[in-house]
Write a new protein. Structure first.
Length: 317
């Protein structure tokens, strides 16, 4: 099979039929062998019934229903596990991503050898103050921290080699950073393509301004895990040892000074009256706690068990 189209959605009953017809028209016109995997992320409208009807009439349509709303990252993770195509395309269900982009995205992966191609909505039809400007600031920070020269980390329209989606784990709210997750797994041939962005036709966006705050926090998290996720002792242990040594040396200097003054009968205050004594003691305790945190991190890594982060209520096809 050439293509797997993975589409997470939440309450998109009006968009689904039009998106399905548009997808089939484009994919059949280009003679692709394909499957379309819809992940119903706990929709409360008629999305589930519409998807089931599509699945019953077209075996190429596969449907995953979540028990409740778990989020886009979990939906993508569930969809990636089910893909059978050589190339995987992700897109949103709100008709803002155009299926007309799929043939060229497929060509970039299949013929030009990219591991991942991320869409860039160079011209957007969103609110300038609430989405466009915050998005530009967010993407600038993401480029700086990740080292990837992508203009639009938030774009849902992306193409991947099958090996990429089978070797990355998308969790929490990390769907924004799939290119960075892929890079951390050794998939370095990552490209970008300008894609057409369309104004939302039905309903309203499911993401608020808080996604940018969470996005920055997630970016810090993924940077930390990419650097120290498999070796927490390297960070916490080194910080702990350094702080303990600073505290110990400070306490040693205080003690040596006290002995010198006692030996030479020089009047001096009590050690407990010296503020540097308490500073040294606090630094040594904090250093010990950092070292302990690193040790516990290593222990957790060696004993952790994979747990499912979502519950699937039903699948179709």
């Amino acid at each position: 099979m050439q293509l797997s189209i993975v589409i997470p959605l939440l309450n998109e009953e009006k968009s689904i039929p039009e998106l399905y017809q548009w997808l089939v028209k484009v994919l059949e016109a280009n003679q692709f062998s394909f499957e379309v995997i819809f992940i119903n992320d706990g929709s409360q409208d008629q999305s589930g019934k519409i998807l089931d009807a599509l699945g019953s009439q077209d075996s190429r349509v596969r449907v995953i229903h979540f028990q409740k709303n778990y989020g886009k990252s979990q939906a993508l993770h569930a969809g990636f596990l089910k893909t059978k195509g050589e190339v995987v395309i992700t897109m949103d269900a709100d008709l803002q991503d155009s299926p007309e982009e799929i043939p060229e995205l497929y060509s970039l992966i299949n013929q030009e050898g990219y591991d991942l191609v991320s869409g860039w909505k160079k011209r957007r039809y969103d609110n300038v103050l609430t989405k466009n400007i915050p998005s530009k600031l967010f993407n600038a920070a993401a480029r700086k921290i990740s080292g990837l020269s992508l203009h639009d980390f938030n774009c849902g329209l992306k193409a991947y080699k099958s090996e990429v989606v089978k070797n990355i784990e998308v969790y929490g709210e990390m769907h924004r950073y799939i290119p960075l997750l892929a890079k951390n797994q050794g998939f370095s041939h990552i490209g970008e393509k300008v894609v057409k962005h369309q104004a939302r036709k039905y309903g309203s966006t499911k993401f608020g301004a808080e996604r940018f705050i969470f996005g920055f926090l997630d970016l810090i998290t993924i940077w930390f895990f990419s650097k120290f996720g498999k070796r927490p002792m390297h960070l916490f242990g080194s910080m702990g040892v350094l702080m303990f040594l600073i505290g110990f040396m400070t306490a040693f200097i205080i003690g040596a000074s006290k002995l010198y003054k006692l030996w030479n009968n020089i009047p001096d205050i009590l050690v407990t009256q010296n503020p540097w004594f308490y500073i040294a003691l606090s630094v040594m305790i904090i250093g010990s706690l950092f070292f302990l945190a690193g040790f516990l991190g290593e222990l957790i890594l060696r004993t952790q068990k994979n747990q499912k982060r979502y519950k699937i209520s039903k699948t179709v096809n």
